[in-house]
Design a protein around this ligand. Structure first.
Ligand code: GRE
Ligand code: ZN
Length: 327
């Protein structure tokens, strides 16, 4: 299918490009990741042409700003990363749009940067790489806490989606992965960390306060769609500390938007489409950590969806979610 829109597509600036090294592991892909993350003008566009991806919404790689301990440094780096994204969009309008990187160490600064990116640079949303560290390595701040309510008010007022992207657990808190570093990152730990964060948001009542918040999750919803029934079923017996007014499943189905990034498999896709309305499901690749060819070869051929649904999930839903100026 031509004309697809993808929005978990990462780039890096010099300061963050090394973040991917741990993930590249022993695959021999490190050199490629470095080049592919830094490039926006060449190889990336050629891959998009080849795979029928018309537009990519660009975002900073993980953990990016969320691993910067110094708040002022994170604020400066946000401006630098967002300037790189804005530059790519300016050079290739119609092919790229922007997802803002945010210095979540300071909720007010994150709000201000998001406002600047949306109102001045024309960005379409935000991409944040999970919890933020701040001040010391052994720290992890999740955004369901009261200190972030004003930030969510800004996201809600701007009416832009917030993509909650994975990052790896920090070593000081990763005792349960001991001896199994492979388990900590993309194969499993990414989904564990990101799903907990998403569920914390559901349990915090933030969606009662801001009924138009839209949260995107990649990787087919980070395992939550598969488990959603059980969450609500078991919470009939124990809702200790749950502060939402409604069932968790209601929040998930109404406020979450799921991309197929990095999980190009029919069983997971069937599950997501069974659980979520098909107008909250989207194509995406997760370049460069996934090859655009792998994403497109699977997506363009899967018979889990009809050709009409392929256009809706591959394109029309994203145009509507991000209010893109495309037909
Ligand atoms: C991702 O962005 O989802 C990602 C990384 C690094 C390794 C694998 C992966 O940031 O899927
Ligand atoms: Zn990603």
């Amino acid at each position: 299918m031509k004309g697809k829109i993808a929005f978990e597509e990462h780039l890096a600036v010099e300061e963050t490009v090394g973040n991917a090294k741990a993930f590249a592991g022993d695959s021999g892909r490190w050199e490629d990741f470095t080049m592919e993350l830094l490039d926006v003008d060449e190889k990336r566009l050629a891959f998009m042409d080849k795979t029928g991806i018309e537009m990519a919404l660009l975002s900073l790689n993980a953990p990016g700003l969320q691993a910067v301990l110094d708040t002022d440094e994170a604020i400066d780096l946000a401006r630098k990363a967002n300037a790189k994204i804005a530059g790519a969009v300016a050079r290739h309008p119609g092919r790229y749009a922007g997802m803002a990187a945010l210095p979540m160490q300071d909720p007010a600064a994150a709000s201000a940067e998001l406002e600047r990116c949306v109102n001045e640079l024309g960005f379409k949303g935000a991409m944040v790489n999970g919890f933020t560290q701040k001040g010391e390595p052994d720290s992890a701040i999740y955004y369901d806490i009261p200190e972030y309510r004003d930030f969510w008010a800004t996201v809600s007022d701007l009416d832009v989606p917030f993509y909650l992207h994975p990052r790896m657990q920090i070593p000081a808190r990763a005792g349960n992965y001991e001896g199994h570093p492979w388990l900590m990152s993309a194969p499993w730990g990414f989904a564990v960390e990101t799903s907990i964060h998403a569920l914390r948001l559901c349990g915090s009542g933030v969606f009662d306060d801001f009924p138009n918040l839209k949260i995107c999750l990649g990787h087919m919803g980070e395992n939550i769609p598969f488990a959603l029934w059980r969450l609500d079923a078991r919470m009939r017996f124990s809702r200790r500390g749950y502060r939402g007014k409604r069932l968790l499943g209601d929040y998930f189905r109404e406020h979450f938007h799921i991309t197929v990034s990095g999980l190009f498999a029919d069983p997971a896709f069937r599950c997501v489409l069974d659980v979520m309305s098909k107008d909250r499901v989207y194509f995406s690749a997760d370049y460069p950590f996934e090859r655009m060819e792998d994403a497109a070869d699977w997506y363009d051929a899967t018979d889990v969806i009809t050709d009409e649904e392929r256009v809706q999930i591959g394109r029309s839903n994203a145009i509507e979610l991000f209010k893109l100026d495309l037909d």
